[in-house]
Design a protein around this ligand. Structure first.
Ligand code: MLT
Length: 411
């Protein structure tokens, strides 16, 4: 008899985005003439930039030539990409990262899901709430939690509420935890952590011998150059933090798949007997066992994002999406909604109109405005009473969505 991993049965429901997809498909079947505008999942809509397409084309031609075909690549990624990452993402911000501390992968979703594997099952997890569901669900699947309660909290996870009162960036708690997931700019609230706030988190992690899992998938959307883009801009972070970055949102790679995780050499965890072990070595072992690398043409495409044309062209796309975010914020704010985020992130976090739950507002928005959002409650109990709108869409559709929402909910 094949016994299942019963921890999966603790999961509250289906993964959030497929659940939204099912509801939208059912609505579209019932109302075939509705012109649905999708501001739900944060998926890019602009095409790959020319510098990336050229790199893909050239690399594909190399792959079709006996003298330049590439088989399995180096475990952690090709040097040309590791060097581009070091020189473009870190050195200009005063951070030195070595090649062997960078692990190129096919997505920050996978990396943030898999990193928990190198930690003990008895470790206490901390998340901010609302939260990208992957951090929580993967720890549930691994058996690191108890059951979910009627409010939506899993036993064994420490939740820190991200609220209007704390600007959606909670400070570290008085309690200790072993692993803390932080995402800045934040998915889903669109809030961004300041240098002072990250400094407090690094101090907390060091005082508690904890590890920060810092997800910077949206760093390209930070508009203020004084805000930190990397946790390693904070002194002491190399000894307590893993960092993840992605080409998905910064360069439209959601369908191409490339990201990377940094695990500094001096970052260690303890064995039961107190011996210190480099987390980098465990992650290297995990990756070389379970992953065969990102395709050569995709790594060449990622390298092109760091080149002069790639930087300019992808920055223009970020500017385009951020103008969408600005319009959503301004338009919905003028229509009387309470809106947050959207200043350093491609997400708007809005309060639901009085009397509507997150899912109630999601349904009303779909039925009355034919606009798809993401219910805040899907990101955790503190997301109840909010809805997330993504700025990833075509300008005309964003403008149309604002107008439709305004009309549908005008009082
Ligand atoms: C989101 O909409 O939250 C993101 O697209 C999810 C992801 O990046 O996996």
């Amino acid at each position: 008899m094949a016994r299942i991993n019963e921890h999966y049965r603790k999961l509250s429901s289906g993964y959030l985005f497929p659940e939204i997809g099912r509801r939208v498909t059912a609505f579209a079947a019932a109302a075939p003439d509705a012109k649905i505008i999708r501001l739900g999942i944060g998926d890019v809509t602009l095409p790959l930039v020319p510098a990336v397409v050229d790199a893909l084309r050239r690399a594909s031609e190399e792959m079709g030539n006996p003298s330049s075909v590439h088989g399995y690549g180096p475990d952690q990624g090709y040097d040309f990409l590791l060097d581009a990452i070091r020189e473009r993402d870190y050195t200009p911000r005063g951070v030195e990262i070595d090649r062997d501390e960078i692990f190129v992968s096919d997505g920050s979703k996978q990396d943030s899901a898999n990193i928990q594997e190198i930690f003990g099952l008895d470790q206490c997890i901390l998340v901010t709430d609302p939260v990208y569901p992957v951090y929580v669900d993967t720890n549930v699947m691994a058996g690191r939690t108890g059951a979910i309660d009627e409010r939506g909290y899993y036993a064994g996870i420490l939740y820190l509420a991200a609220t209007e009162a704390n600007g959606f960036v909670p400070d570290p708690p008085a309690e200790r935890a072993d692993l803390a997931y932080l995402c800045s700019p934040n998915n889903p609230t669109g809030a961004v952590a300041t240098r002072e706030q990250l400094t407090r988190w690094v101090a907390w992690a060091r005082a508690n011998d904890a590890v920060l899992i810092f997800d910077a998938a949206y760093d390209a959307y930070i508009q203020d150059p004084a805000l930190p883009r990397s946790i390693y801009e904070i002194e002491g972070a190399r000894g307590c933090a893993v960092e993840m970055r992605s080409y998905s949102k910064r360069a439209g790679f959601t369908g191409l798949r490339c990201a990377y995780t940094v695990v500094p050499r001096e970052l260690t965890g303890a064995t039961a007997s107190g011996e210190r072990v480099a987390l980098r070595d465990l992650w290297a072992r995990r990756m070389s066992t379970k992953f065969n690398g990102v395709p050569y043409p995709v790594q060449r495409a990622a390298e092109a994002v760091h080149g002069p044309e790639g930087r300019k062209q992808t920055a223009d796309q970020v500017t385009y999406y951020m103008e969408n975010a600005r319009r959503l914020r301004a338009g919905l704010g003028a229509a009387g909604f309470r809106v947050f985020g959207g200043e350093h992130a491609p997400y708007i976090w809005m309060r639901t109109p009085a009397g509507l739950s997150s899912w109630g507002f999601f349904d009303a928005l779909l039925a009355r405005a034919h606009v798809v959002g993401t219910p805040g409650a899907g990101f955790g109990p503190s997301g109840e009473g909010y809805l997330r709108l993504s700025a990833f869409n075509d300008r005309a559709r964003v403008d149309e969505a604002i107008e439709r929402i305004r009309k549908a909910f005008e009082t």
